[in-house]
Design a protein. Structure first.
Lengths: 515, 358, 305
């Protein structure tokens, strides 16, 4: 790799005044950024700050509305990812750009220029795997691989092209702490070999571990370029968010009582071709507490959510009891009538219909209640409910009763969580409550969950965000390949222990803590 | 050259109506061009296709007569298409409705059976169409078989059943070996609304279907359920709406309405069973449903417009020697224009020439 | 030639158009686009090829015209679904309606005309083998071409770089776009290929199978070709097998009709359609839904620029 570039030369890449406009929204507003050869540069910012837009421009996926890109000091136009790769850019996407049904080798070959044959790819794959300790089986189909392995494909795909700049978009969001550390070692090594790294994240700790220079974006603009190790976490957070974000308030000790949810020996075969089976899940959530379920994406969280919500029925009625009633064979509607409420992970298309107005979206979980009478919709009642959700949960809307897709991620999440909380459920089950949500909305949502529990409801939070679980949960378990570890009080967990569980490594201690 | 699409965030109702009108005008211009290519005068064709039928009372009645089955079928299809389920076998459901209803007419032929024959025939028509429609629905919900292909294959089967019956067991023994049944008794015949007129009571059924459907789709949970199933199927499951029940329901409704259209046509218009009882109403209704934007009132308007092309096509065949297939070609062009117009409402479309062949 | 040999020969001729049309649709679908307009493109192929062949008295020109007509229709479809991101189901149905109508206009002046049979290509020596000799080695050029096409498509999809790109785009167009693969360009050519194949299948129907033109002569074969792609789980080899099973069903029911077993002819005529439903049903029972379907099949693609 190009370790011979003199450090005194021009920056490897220089962005000048990059702007991107989508209709009325200015996603990037005059962004300047430069990266030296061999530098590990962080791009920090909240969800929605414009980080992904910026790197997609750099990688030629989208076209900037204005601005200039210089590479080795020369102005360039990057019209497509193919041109970007030809320049020496490599990109590891947050939502992987992989093809489930194809093999690892095919996935790599398809992104390379046509003089790479499958057999050359296989050969080089072996070499790179050995050099960097990135083990991959060339002939496995991608859908059989874990998130960590999938990321390895993306990285190897870049490395095979001898990149001079490697861009990683939120790479650790799907990794265990141990896998993340392994990634950092690889990145350190690449940087030492002269490859520049642009590391996109909203996690301060990682950025401080890895980078000496960080550009901070807020609302599409650069607010500062700093040395993350020289600034305090509080300072950086203030720059990212704009105003200080308060902690979630959790009151005096509480005394949970009464089982709102009991899951007994729940097992389910995989739903689709590539689904995860659930194996012998046991879980109890009591009124007044928050139960956290940690785990790396794809380990059975969505399957567990579907089984708990009744979108998929359990194998026997007693597998799930809601407020003491066997409900494993009940549909989601019947479970709602028992006092349960649910918020799935995916906002657009699952918890809300993107093209429907907020008032219509209230029908999705309130259909059996005050918004309808003998099969007819009471539109005014639905509008009233929507209005009160908007007011109680500080949902910022562009107009009175907009389509769901016009709301930002954070505001829509506040709406769908508010839609359930306003029904005063005895049991709330929520999957990834703050995924892709800005800090302000995340805090409001976590506070609402805590408040609901303190008022005597049971809350089950499934989340990949360990910090979030440590903040709100009273008890926690880890899900790995469809198996749930025993629940333990949050105080008895350490991040390392959770990380090992997420990897499926069993520990000697901890077994004694039953439900 | 390259097309670039940006989703529009504010598509107004006005824009949608305007897009329909624009699609219609574009389709007329293209058809005019085709007629010009065929060496005829587009202006004379426009006169025959559109102006003459609209200025003649007999043609106006005929318009309603032709629009009735298409409106009924297309309204049924609106239930399906809204839920993103593709029943394209309405033509077969129409035929089976006519066959089952017609069975009663033939069964009671010559007897002094009373007033109950006709209502029972209509009911049997609905049941026949619904059952035929439920076959693809059942195969889809139970086994996951693609409903597009099965519903279409059943059209051919239904037509062959009718063909067999009127050439075999149901043939009129005194019909000089023509493949047709006896003429229905008056008690099995739907009468014109006005003495001596052409418009029969089937039009009333179409009007009722429009009204009831407007209420169901616009005001009830069932209507919302279809919309949600079509727009966001996972959200529909999350709302507790079973997709299997939805599928069975909409196929039964659309099949039933198509079956009703079939028996109305046979008992009100043709008066007997014969090998061909439809000029493709079941397929044309797909165009009608899209042109009416899956909205009952829109469908009513669209069915009248498309009926105009049928009548215009018939007179053009006689007066201008333009083949009837031109009507079908025009309907295809019209449907394409409507779909393109829909896209223009949903997306801002820009033609970019920069970069060339990307 | 024995009756048995004759039947086998007609099975080959009945299967070939299904095979060609299904192979074209298979490539289109593997790129992630569902084109329901096969019936319309086939009808146009039949009408245009027959018109050209009669007008210029040339089978070759007829075939070229048929393929061009199919490809032109497909280009119209591509404009709708790629250019305007229009609904693929609706656009395909529109294409069928348009194709059936337009083919009626084009074919009308040629009703009643007849073409001479085209000479089979005899592979000397091999065609003298009893029974299978004439079956395998004395067919018309189209039959050999259709078999060759099956092999070419199979190799193209699995072994070539361009085939890998096409499969990737069909599997996940979002990922493909992020990697910079030319999603719409590849799909455009795949749709055009599908159209040309459907046109060729139509040409074969009009110029070889019936040797005359009549309205609605495709009689649902385009739809059966669509079903074959599902039946074959999007694999070219299985399309070949499926096409021959359906071809056999069609021919045998015709012979059964001629033999007058006392079964109404309509029952036998319904056999191909019922067989299609049955095949789809058996496939679904065996495998669950839509095994092998490309991941992005039928989904509209709007690139984010």
């Amino acid at each position: 790799m190009k370790a011979d570039v003199p450090p005194s030369g021009p920056p490897l890449v220089e962005l000048k005044g990059i702007s991107k406009r989508y209709g009325d929204l200015l996603a990037n507003d005059g962004i300047d950024l430069s990266i030296e050869p061999g530098e590990k540069h962080a791009l920090l910012g909240e969800n929605g700050a414009g980080k992904s837009t910026l790197v997609k421009i750099l990688y030629g996926v989208i076209e900037p509305s204005a601005g200039e890109i210089r590479w080795d000091g020369r102005p360039v136009t990057i019209g497509s990812p193919v041109e970007a790769r030809a320049l020496g850019l490599g990109m590891v996407f947050q939502h992987f750009s992989l093809f489930d049904e194809l093999s690892v080798a095919e996935n790599i070959a398809v992104a390379l220029s046509s003089d790479w044959s499958l057999s050359t790819v296989r050969e080089k794959l072996g070499e790179i795997s050995r050099t960097y300790g990135l083990a991959l089986d060339a002939d496995r189909a991608v859908w059989t691989l874990s998130a960590g392995e999938r990321q390895r494909i993306e990285i190897v795909r870049c490395l095979l092209q001898n990149p001079r700049l490697l861009i990683l978009d939120e790479p650790t969001s799907v990794l265990t702490p141990q896998e993340a550390e392994h990634l950092f070692t690889t990145l350190d090594r690449l940087s030492a070999e002269g490859c520049s790294i642009l590391y996109i994240s909203h996690k301060l700790e990682e950025v401080r571990r890895l980078c000496r220079r960080a550009t901070i974006l807020r609302a599409g603009r650069v607010v500062a370029t700093i040395d993350p190790r020289a600034s305090s976490a509080r300072e950086i957070a203030a720059l990212m968010v704009g105003n200080a974000v308060g902690e979630v308030r959790s009151d005096a000790p509480h005394h949970p009582q009464g089982e709102a949810l009991r899951v007994s020996n729940l097992s389910l075969p995989p739903a689709g071709l590539h689904g995860q089976a659930l194996r012998d899940i046991n879980l109890v959530a009591r009124a007044g507490e928050i139960v956290g379920i940690a785990g790396v994406a794809g380990n059975g969280q969505s399957e567990l959510f579907a089984a708990l919500s009744g979108e998929r029925l359990a194998d026997h009625p007693d597998a799930i009891a809601i407020n003491g009633k066997p409900s494993g064979a009940m549909g989601i509607d019947a479970r709602r009538r028992l006092g349960a409420a649910f918020v799935p992970e995916e906002r657009l298309g699952h918890s809300a219909a993107p093209t429907h107005r907020l008032s219509e979206n209230t029908l999705i979980s309130h259909a059996a209640t005050e918004v309808s009478r003998s099969g007819f919709i009471l539109m005014n009642a639905a509008k009233r409910v929507a209005r009160s959700i908007v007011q109680s949960f500080d949902v910022r809307t562009p107009e009175g009763d907009p389509q769901a897709r016009k709301l930002s991620g954070g505001n829509l999440q506040k709406f769908v969580i508010g839609r359930e909380i306003i029904r005063k459920p005895k049991l709330l089950i929520v999957d990834q409550p703050t995924w892709g949500v800005d800090a302000g909305a995340a805090r409001l949502i976590r506070q609402a969950l805590v408040d609901l529990a303190r008022e005597g409801s049971a809350v089950v939070v499934v989340s990949q965000d360990l910090d979030e679980l440590f903040e709100v949960a009273d008890r926690m378990a880890v899900i790995h390949q469809g198996t749930l570890s025993p629940l333990k009080p949050i105080g008895e967990w350490t991040k390392e222990a959770v990380g090992l569980k997420m990897l499926g490594v069993s520990q000697a201690q901890g077994g004694a803590h039953a439900l | 050259m390259r097309f670039e699409l940006t989703p529009r965030t504010n598509a107004s109702t006005m824009m949608r109506v305007f897009a329909s009108v624009a699609a219609f005008i574009t389709a007329f211009l293209i058809a005019g061009f085709v007629i010009w290519l065929m060496g005829r005068s587009p202006i004379a064709a426009f006169d025959v296709y559109v102006l003459q039928p609209l200025s003649d009372p007999w043609s106006l009645q005929e318009l309603v007569v032709k629009a009735t089955p298409m409106a009924l079928i297309a309204i049924g299809l609106a239930y399906c298409f809204r839920a993103n389920l593709w029943n394209i076998g309405a033509e077969g459901q129409y035929v089976i409705g006519a066959v089952l209803g017609g069975w009663l007419a033939l069964r009671t032929h010559g007897s002094d059976a009373g007033f109950w024959v006709l209502p029972l025939m209509l009911l049997l028509g609905v049941i026949g169409g619904a059952l035929w429609g439920l076959i693809p629905a059942f195969l889809k919900t139970r086994f996951g078989v693609n409903e597009i292909l099965t519903s279409l294959m059943l059209v051919y089967v239904a037509q062959l059943i009718l063909d067999y019956l009127v050439r075999g067991p149901w043939r009129d023994p005194k019909g000089f070996n023509f493949p047709q049944s006896v003429t229905f008794d008056p008690s099995a015949t739907l009468h014109p609304i006005f003495e001596g007129g052409r418009v029969h009571y089937g039009a009333v059924f179409a009007a009722i279907a429009v009204l009831v459907t407007a209420i169901i789709l616009g005001r009830t949970l069932f209507g919302y359920r279809l919309k949600l199933t079509g727009d966001a199927p996972r959200a529909a499951r999350f709302a507790g709406f079973s997709s299997k029940a939805t599928t069975l329901a909409v196929f039964a409704i659309s099949g039933g309405l198509a079956g009703l259209a079939g028996i109305l046509e046979v008992s009100g218009q043709i008066g007997q069973l014969q090998p061909s009882i439809s000029p493709g109403y079941g397929f044309t209704a797909i165009t009608v449903a899209f042109l009416g934007r899956l909205n009952p009132v829109g469908i009513l308007v669209a069915s009248l417009v498309v009926a105009l092309t049928f009548i215009g096509g018939e007179s053009a065949q006689i007066m201008l020697k333009l083949p009837l297939d031109l009507t079908q070609a025009f309907q295809g062009i019209l449907l394409m224009c409507v779909l393109a117009a829909d896209a223009m409402v949903s997306y801002r479309i820009r033609f970019a020439t920069r970069g060339g062949g990307k | 030639m024995t009756v048995f040999e004759a039947i086998l020969l007609t099975i080959v001729t009945a299967s070939t158009p299904l095979l060609i049309a299904a192979l074209g649709e298979l490539v289109t679908e593997r790129s992630g686009v569902l084109n329901l307009g096969v019936e319309g493109m086939m009808a146009m192929g039949a009408a245009c090829s027959f018109a050209a062949a009669v007008t210029f008295d040339s089978t070759l020109l007829g075939v070229v015209a048929g393929m061009l007509a199919g490809a032109l229709m497909a280009a119209l479809f591509a404009l709708l679904v790629l250019g305007f991101a229009a609904n693929q189901t609706g656009s395909g149905l529109a294409l069928t309606i348009l194709g059936l109508g337009l083919s009626g206009l084009i074919g009308a002046p040629f009703v009643g005309a007849r073409r001479d049979p085209i000479a089979p290509i005899d592979i000397p020596g091999l065609s003298d083998i009893p029974v299978i000799g004439r079956l395998f080695f004395e067919q018309d050029l189209f039959v050999y071409a259709s078999i060759a096409l099956t092999i070419v498509v199979a190799i193209y999809l699995v072994r070539t770089r361009s085939g890998l790109t096409l499969r990737s785009i069909g599997e996940n167009h979002t990922s493909a776009n992020a990697l910079g693969l030319p999603v719409r360009q590849v799909r455009f050519w795949a749709i055009l290929f599908g159209g040309a194949c459907a046109g060729l299948a139509g040409a074969y129907l009009a110029l070889v199978y019936t040797r005359f033109w009549s309205p609605g002569m495709t009689a649902g074969r385009g739809w059966i070709a669509l079903a074959l792609v599902v039946f074959a789980a999007w694999r070219p080899g299985w399309v070949l097998v499926g096409a021959y099973i359906f071809g056999a069903a069609t021919v045998l029911q015709l012979h059964a009709q001629a033999a007058q077993f006392g079964v109404p002819s309509q029952v036998l005529s319904a056999v191909p359609y019922l067989a299609t439903i049955l095949a789809l049903l058996l496939l679904s029972i065996r495998h669950g839904r839509a095994i092998g379907a490309p991941g992005s099949l039928g989904a509209p693609f709007v690139p984010d620029r």
